[in-house]
Design a protein around this ligand. Sequence first.
Ligand code: SF4
Ligand code: SF4
Length: 299
Amino acid sequence: MSVATQIPPSQPQNQGPLLDFLGLDVLWLQLTGTLCNIACRHCFITCGPKNDSHPMMDTDEVMALLEEGAQRGVKEYYFTGGEPFMHPDVFPIIEKTLQYGPLTILTNGILITDEYAERLAELFRKSPYSLDLRVSLDGVSPEENDPIRGKNTFQKIIDGATRLVNHGLNPIFAVTTVHTDYNEPEGRMRFMDLLKERGFDPPRLKLIPPFKIGREERRGGGYEEDEMLQEGDLLEGEEFMLQCGSCRMVTAKGVYPCPILIEEEGARMGDKLEDGMTPIRLNHPACYTCHVEGFSCRT
Ligand code: SF4
Ligand code: SF4
């Protein structure tokens, strides 16, 4: 059943279709804000080692949000950044989250040492819920990946992911389709073959379309003027397909509809989680990508 129909005052009332809010099933936390150990050329929120546009989240606030989320009926949790493993309290936070529900952590894998992999495996063994690590990689070779993610990152990412496998955690590989052949069956098979050869079996792959905002806008170009959703564009029941029909993102700066829009003007919904429990207007160009690609950041 849908909840309130009031639109937050920060959002324009006259542009973009209104998407109903079905209730908070999924809670995203931007644990390290925009701080990341690398600075990928396609990062749609322009994260990097020096970017504190969204600061790191305070541990007590995260713990309180987890409790509030559970009371609101959240069924699934996601951590992202930046790089979540840069948060000094990431392990106690993971442990607490796994008391409430399944958790997916989005990471570039580079900081995953053997010790981290073992601690993650131990937390997973103790939990009644699933723990997924989603590791980002942008090609089957250094030649494909490193121009996007940075020098020597291909090998470092594979090494981190291999440590997870060695401790019994088979990661999901997240591939942004900046190399367009990964949109085709042949390209996907190349990726699956790489993963199988390296011991990631069964191979787990999530393809992500590039969002033409942030650093990706500078790399590959931005949205055209007509790439914007209008009233009447949504399909019947699209709120069940788009993640923002039932998720919200919290950062140290407040509440947002989803993980994609945290740097977009007008997207902030308020200070507290309760401020995000309303329908939203899909009036940002990135919403066009979710709609035409049928895309959701959920695993
Ligand atoms: S895409 Fe991910 S790994 Fe790369 S800079 Fe952005 S947050 Fe960091
Ligand atoms: S960018 Fe996508 S997930 Fe975010 S509000 Fe727009 S349609 Fe929803």
